[in-house]
Every structure is written in structure tokens, then in C-alpha cells.
Ligand binder design. Structure first.
Ligand SMILES: [Zn+2]
Length: 293
């Protein structure tokens, strides 16, 4: 494991904020520490390095890498994902209608496939060999690192749907994005929001802690600071409504009647808060960014 300075402000000392279990393989003797820096940024510390962490993505319960199955849960998950794809496409279409897309951490490949069907030239970058193999069966071009992109290739759109929080080297990530995004191109990032309404109800069992896979826990403020530091500005910020029931379902400590009733209450109160107060308390934030001129 490696101990790190704050990835946002580089300060070496941070206080421990909360200790959490791996939700896919809970072990009372194995807890992960999430630090909170004076600048407000929260992150896993210490953390596994890139090679060490790969084994923690192998669980059958890890939805983004799961393949199709006939289970009712999986069918509902796929249905909601289809609706989510339509909504993502609708948002993106306001800014850019066609061109070259790079999806970083594309997992199942469904996002690239959707855009390929709309005549986009779509490439998926994912470090998981299984994920790339699945995507290739859908006819998607895949790569595993930025070094496989030719120097003169630039994209109209680069997307990161819940992948930023998995990436170890943020500095080199943003450098690569700046190199390969057209000057008038768009970067879209979606991450869980540590200010999510339901987080206060589920404390350390809140699913998006997802240790040891999730390395960072962004708030609207720290996401903006990170983008600002890396020369990107946010031009639109919106909530992902579908993530609220998903996160609540995966945060339940058990499936008792009490917990189900509580979940329904938290779900409705979260949606009401997002609807009336904007996405400050939403489960996940989606931001549309451009390179600062
Ligand atoms: Zn800091």
C-alpha cells in the first residue's frame, strides 16, 4: 500500500475522517481509512497501488464490469442504464452533435456502443482486459493507455462516467486529456457526490465509498477546484437522478422491512431535495467542461 499527500493541494498531513469496509467483501478486521485534508478534499489513504488494486475489481458483484445475465436485478439495471444513455446523449447533443469520442473507463462499452450507433467515431479506454474484450465484441475500438493514441489525434468529446475516482495519477490524466481534446472540445465527468443527501443516513455503509476501488470523494467545491487547477472550467453541472435509488439499494445494511421503509423515505426525500435545491445534494454530479482559454 502507498500513503499519499493530498492529491488536490499536496499537503502531507491529513486527519482521518471515516473508516469503511469493502462493500463487496466485508471483513470486520479490514477497514480502509478515508482522510480529510485541511483544504476539504477527502481521499483513500493509504491506498493500494495500481497493480495491487486490480484484484479488487474481480468480484461478481461489481456491476460496471458485469456481463449480461437473466436475473431480475440485472434486467432492471440494464433498463435504467438504457434510459441513462438516452439522457446523457440528450445533454451532450446540446453541445456537440458528431465527431470523435474517447470514453475513459468505459466498463461494459454500452456508452460507446450507443454513440457508435449514432455515427460517432467511438473509442473506449479501459485498463481492464475483460472490459475491453466485452466492448470489442460490441464492435468498439479499445485501448488500455493514452500512449496508444497517435500524437496528432484529438477528440471532440472525452467522457469519464464514474471513472475519475478510480484513477491514481490525476496529473498525468489531465495532461493527457488536454493533449487529446480539441481546443473547442468538451470533457464530461460524472462522479459520486460526498454531499449526497443519502450519505448522512447511511454513514460508513454508503455504497459510493466503495473502498478500496474509489480513491477520491468529491464535493461540488473540490471537483471544481481540481478542474480549475488542471485548466478546465465547468459550463454546466447537473444531477444524475438514477444514481440515488442505486446508491441507496447498495447502502442498505440488510433487507429487513424497517430498512426497506427507511430506503423509500430516503429516496423520496433525496429526490425532493435535488428537485427543489438543485444538484448540490445529488448522489452523483455530472459536469460539462471546456479547456480554459
Ligand atoms: Zn488538500
Amino acid at each position: 500500500m502507498e500513503s499519499i499527500n493530498c492529491p488536490l493541494c499536496q499537503q502531507p498531513s491529513q486527519s482521518s475522517w471515516i473508516r469503511v469496509s469493502d462493500r463487496l467483501n466485508p471483513d470486520p478486521d479490514k477497514k480502509y481509512n478515508i482522510s480529510k485534508c485541511e483544504c476539504g478534499f477527502m481521499f483513500l489513504n493509504p491506498r493500494y497501488n495500481e497493480d495491487e488494486v486490480s484484484e479488487f475489481y474481480q468480484s461478481d458483484g461489481y456491476d460496471p464490469h458485469a456481463s449480461d445475465s437473466a436475473s431480475l436485478y440485472r434486467q432492471i439495471y440494464k433498463m435504467v442504464m438504457k434510459l441513462a444513455l438516452f439522457l446523457k446523449f440528450k445533454t451532450i447533443n446540446q453541445y456537440v452533435q458528431n465527431g470523435r469520442l474517447l470514453d475513459i473507463g468505459g466498463g461494459s462499452g454500452d456508452f460507446c456502443r450507443y454513440f457508435k450507433d449514432k455515427d460517432w467515431d467511438a473509442t473506449m479506454l479501459d485498463t481492464s482486459e475483460n472490459a475491453r474484450r466485452n466492448a470489442e465484441t460490441l464492435g468498439i475500438a479499445t485501448i488500455s493507455t493514452f500512449s496508444q493514441i497517435q500524437d496528432d489525434i484529438q477528440y471532440d468529446l472525452i467522457t469519464m462516467w464514474h471513472s475519475l475516482e478510480h484513477i491514481h495519477d490525476l496529473e498525468s490524466l489531465f495532461e493527457n486529456i488536454r493533449t487529446h481534446l480539441k481546443p473547442n472540445g468538451y470533457l464530461i465527468i460524472a462522479v459520486p457526490n460526498i454531499r449526497a443527501n443519502e450519505q448522512s443516513y447511511y454513514a460508513d455503509t454508503w455504497a459510493p465509498f466503495d473502498a478500496p476501488r474509489h480513491l477520491y470523494h468529491f464535493s461540488p467545491e473540490t471537483l471544481k477546484q481540481l478542474l480549475d487547477k488542471n485548466n478546465f472550467k465547468i459550463i454546466q453541472s447537473l444531477p444524475l437522478y438514477q444514481d440515488t435509488p442505486y446508491n441507496i439499494l447498495h447502502s442498505l445494511p440488510d433487507r429487513s422491512v424497517d430498512q426497506i421503509l427507511k430506503a423509500l423515505y430516503v429516496w423520496m426525500s433525496s429526490w425532493a431535495k435535488i428537485f427543489f435545491k438543485g444538484n448540490y445534494f445529488s448522489s452523483s454530479m455530472e459536469v460539462v467542461c471546456t479547456i480554459k482559454s
